[in-house]
Design a protein around this ligand. Structure first.
Ligand SMILES: Nc1ncnc2c1ncn2[C@@H]1O[C@H](COP(=O)(O)OP(=O)(O)O)[C@@H](O)[C@H]1O
Ligand SMILES: [Mg+2]
Length: 228
């Protein structure tokens, strides 16, 4: 999906920009600011018909990152001007590459999720491995808050979505570190929330169809698996 990109994924261009991803919603690049690497989400590169959606999603991400300011394992929001969103770079590899098999990773990831939820944020996109990073020291980090819930702890829906965040993490744990799952965690894996069951039965197929037809892919982020 590089129709509109003037250079290729992973290629270094003269102004020290590296393209990480390009799709209908814009581009994600590593750029340098004051000698430090940062991540830029540029929605000016979004297709015209996707622009309003891309803008809303980036604004939502900015809101989430602002609320999570100071949490270790979440990028810092450096700037958002309605066109580009700058966040701090976190050195590491996405989950599908790093394949974390150490139970300490999942312990820290549970703590990180608890912190998010305490701040009234639900991530909502944790089934995707590329949104989980394994840092150089082996600890987890989270990126991509475009579809996060940012409106604080509001009753039942918040709790339901927060539980789904947790369940998606446990699915990754089951893949890479199954022996460390507790009995309680196994039970939780066996009981998805009602909306998730409904989604698996109906919506997911429709979504895949639309994603393939409109975007030309299902999930193109480094071939990371999606578990839901
Ligand atoms: N702050 C960051 N530090 C390091 N890598 C990042 C950071 N933000 C994003 N990435 C990498 O870029 C990829 C795409 O970013 P992401 O925010 O997930 O975009 P999208 O919303 O298009 O999926 C991520 O999967 C991750 O590998
Ligand atoms: Mg992502």
């Amino acid at each position: 999906m590089l129709r509109r990109a003037s250079y290729f994924i992973g290629e270094h261009v003269p102004d020290n920009t590296t393209l990480l991803k390009a799709d209908e919603l814009g581009r994600i690049e590593i750029v340098e600011r004051d000698g430090k690497p940062c991540i830029r989400r540029d929605i000016r590169a979004a297709r015209w018909w996707a622009h309003a959606f891309a803008h809303r999603a980036a604004a939502r991400e900015a809101r989430a990152l602002a609320k999570l300011d100071g949490i270790d394992g979440v990028p810092a929001l450096l700037a958002w001007d309605g066109r580009e969103l700058l966040r701090s770079y976190i050195a590491g590899r996405p989950m599908q590459q790093a394949q974390p098999r150490d139970s300490a990773y999942y312990r820290d990831a549970l703590r990180l999720l608890a912190q998010l939820h305490r701040h009234g944020i639900v991530h909502n996109d944790l089934a995707k491995e590329p949104n989980w990073l394994v840092r150089e020291d082996g600890r987890p980090a989270l990126v991509d808050f475009q579809i996060a819930w940012t409106r604080g702890k509001r009753g039942r829906l918040f709790r339901l979505l927060a539980r789904e965040d947790l369940r998606h993490l446990l699915k990754h744990k089951r893949t890479y570190c199954e022996h460390a799952l507790s009995t309680r965690q196994r039970k939780m894996l066996d009981t998805p929330a009602p909306h998730s069951r409904l989604w698996r039965a109906t919506g997911k197929r429709l979504y895949k169809l639309i994603a393939r037809r409109v975007f030309g892919y299902w999930d193109n982020e480094g071939k990371g698996r999606v578990r839901d």
